[in-house]
Design a protein around this ligand. Structure first.
Ligand code: AGP
Length: 610
């Protein structure tokens, strides 16, 4: 997803901006560029591909100046190329943009009719033309020109603009895509995400929908849609910049897999009272009367967060005995969903910026439902739109393949399940206690599983040569099978399917032969004998089985070429353990195949377009 960085102040602005873009690489991108207002006016450098290409270009032809904006582009309109890379410029105005201008065809036709010539295939270039025209009409007032332009544009955007005529000013605006403002003394920063500016400032605020910000050496001024000044105190970011680094691991994903026991422990911390057999969920104001009046809970999410939602359904239905639906946010928003004031909509999102999930929240609220979220990024768009948020405390997740976000979401969902059970009266304090004790024990059990990383290598070597891999799981382990398959396909580019074990006979069994490795999650849980039966079925057809089994279960282990063990754990919580060997599996397969583990092709960390 595109990344924006801006800086105005006394430091070498290009270095600040390029340094910031480096911290946004995790978002995924295909080209990068920077625009600077220097003594000679506006200069721009852009390059297709990785940031290194831009850095090489800047080394050959350095740009200097006090005001700069930069961008990493994730193509939506027009292929990845030097010409389509941002910033886009016209007559001394340069623009970087994250989002989509829906009426760009009409606007382009209109401008072409007036004699404008375009240098790229992008929708963004329209902005530079419109703003430049508006400046000519409006006496070089950059913010007024931006405001006038935005009135003509339909779509989503986070954007930053500089103009030769206003050498010490950046104007930024936001609608739907995130923008963070960073405060300094005699300087100001702007970025799509906090890590980009954390090295320089910890004082940040978020630009809200429809707002416009002026950044200059004298500080930052925010205006609302009516042009009125908005007073907003910056807040202090606690994350260390080291938390966003690799810390000696080969990849962020590997580091993040190992961070899970800490992340889950942090997510639980201070929220459990064993004495009271209860849970405190800061940020979610759930009263007994409200919860008892609910007819159902609808979970909306995408990708890995959707898989967490499937686990959450099992947890909440079992602990609180209330119906839970789990919807793909991208589908939910376009059907005619049955939600009303008796529905609690729960959005799950690591980034809090996923466009489909955000749209599902808005749609639910429009239909009268209350919407709350489970999110990892404080102050992101989804929590800002929701009536309450339970934050996971995973810390920044940089690898595109989600790992610690998933397990912390599971921990948060389990806490929510217990809370709802207590409020609805389906769990007494006595009954809640063993559940909470089991949850408290999970981080230590995760440590135990992580120590077995080397045991995954033979499976990884086999799967690295496969064309397809099938993952099977039953009940609690069905979402884990889906998640294992998603992890493998997104980073190793091997086709993988996750299936409910009982569904194998309804189709995928036709695929089984000696070329298809089958990974079965066969931990000792209710109906697990049936999963053992599925393993037998695979073997009988010449397939090779790899399994995740409960420690000491020799029977299940005997049915697999390689068995990866996890400690005994209640079924509702066991996905927090069984997913770990599968994360290792996908990681090592990808590493063996030499793919770009942290930034796999075509994927973005935060999908802010639909
Ligand atoms: C996870 O590995 C994926 N990269 C992706 O499916 C992700 O979970 C999805 O895009 C949702 O993101 P969110 O949790 O930030 O909303």
């Amino acid at each position: 997803m595109c990344g924006i960085v801006g800086y105005v102040g006394p430091r070498p602005s290009v270095d600040v901006v390029v340094g910031g873009l480096r911290k946004l690489e995790y978002r995924g991108y295909d080209s990068a560029g920077v625009a600077v207002i220097g003594p000679g006016g506006l200069t721009i450098s852009r390059a297709k591909g990785k940031l290194k290409n831009l850095v090489d270009r800047l080394a050959e032809k350095p740009l200097t100046g006090r005001t700069a904006i930069g961008h990493t582009r994730w193509a939506t309109h027009g292929r990845p190329s030097d010409e389509n890379a941002h910033p886009h410029s016209y007559k001394g105005v340069a623009v970087v943009h994250n989002g989509i201008i829906e009426n760009h065809m009409e606007l382009k036709a209109e401008l072409t009719g007036k004699g404008h010539k375009f240098a790229s295939e992008t929708d963004t270039e329209i902005f530079a033309h419109l703003i430049s025209d508006a400046m000519i009409k409006g006496g070089d007032d950059l913010s007024q020109a931006v405001r006038d332009t935005l009135k003509q544009v339909k779509g989503t955007y986070a954007m930053a603009v500089v103009s030769e005529k206003r050498p010490n000013e950046i104007v930024a605006a936001k609608n739907a895509s995130p923008l963070v403002l960073g405060y300094g003394v005699g300087e100001a920063f702007l970025a799509s995400d906090v890590p980009a500016i954390l090295e320089h400032t910890r004082e940040v605020s978020y630009l809200e929908e429809g707002e416009l910000a002026h950044l200059g050496p004298e500080g930052i001024r925010i205006e609302n849609e009516r042009g009125e000044t908005v007073t907003r105190a910056p807040h202090h970011v606690e994350w260390s910049s080291v938390a966003a680094e690799k810390d000696g691991h080969k990849h962020f994903m590997h580091k993040e897999i190992f961070e899970q026991p800490r992340a889950v422990a942090d997510t639980i911390r201070g929220r459990i009272s064993l004495e009271q057999g209860d849970v405190t969920l800061d940020g979610l104001e759930l009263t007994e009367a409200y919860v008892k009046g609910l007819s159902k809970i609808t979970i909306v999410a995408c990708g890995t967060s959707w898989h967490a939602g499937l686990c959450g359904r099992n947890m909440i239905e079992s602990l609180a005995r209330i119906q839970v639906e789990v919807e793909l946010a991208s589908e939910f928003r376009y059907r005619d969903p049955l939600v009303d004031e008796k529905t609690l909509v729960l959005a799950i999102s690591q980034s809090g910026e996923t466009a489909d999930t955000l749209a599902a929240v808005k749609e639910s609220k429009r239909r009268g439902a209350r919407a709350v979220s489970i999110c990892n990024v404080i102050g992101a768009s989804i929590p800002r739109d929701c009536d309450g948020t339970l934050y996971t405390r995973a810390g920044p997740e940089i690898g595109v393949a989600s790992t610690k976000a998933f397990t912390t979401q599971l921990a948060a969902l389990f806490l929510l399940g217990v809370k709802l059970g207590r409020l609805r009266g389906t769990l007494s304090a006595e009954q809640a206690r063993p559940h909470l004790e089991a949850l408290r024990h999970v981080p230590a059990q995760m440590e135990q599983v992580l120590r077995q990383e080397p045991a995954v290598m033979p499976v990884a070597k086999r799967c690295a040569k496969a064309r397809d891999v099938l993952f099977l799981g039953r009940n609690s382990q069905h979402p884990v099978a889906l998640e294992g398959a998603l992890k493998l396909k997104e980073i190793s580019y091997i086709h993988a399917e996750g299936y409910a074990a009982g569904e194998m006979k309804h189709g995928p069994i036709a695929l089984i032969d000696e070329n298809l490795p089958v990974v079965v999650i066969a931990t000792k849980e209710p109906h697990y004998e049936k999963t053992l039966g599925n393993m037998e079925e695979v073997k009988a057809r010449g397939g090779e089985v790899f399994a995740v089994v409960s420690e000491g279960d020799n029977l299940a282990a005997s049915l697999a070429s390689v068995a990866l063990c996890v400690p005994a754990c209640p079924p509702l919580l066991s996905p927090l353990l069984t997913i770990l060997p599968l994360q290792f599996l996908s990681y090592h397969v990808a590493d063996l195949r030499g793919t770009d583990v942290d930034q796999p092709r075509n994927l973005a960390k935060s999908v802010t377009v639909e």
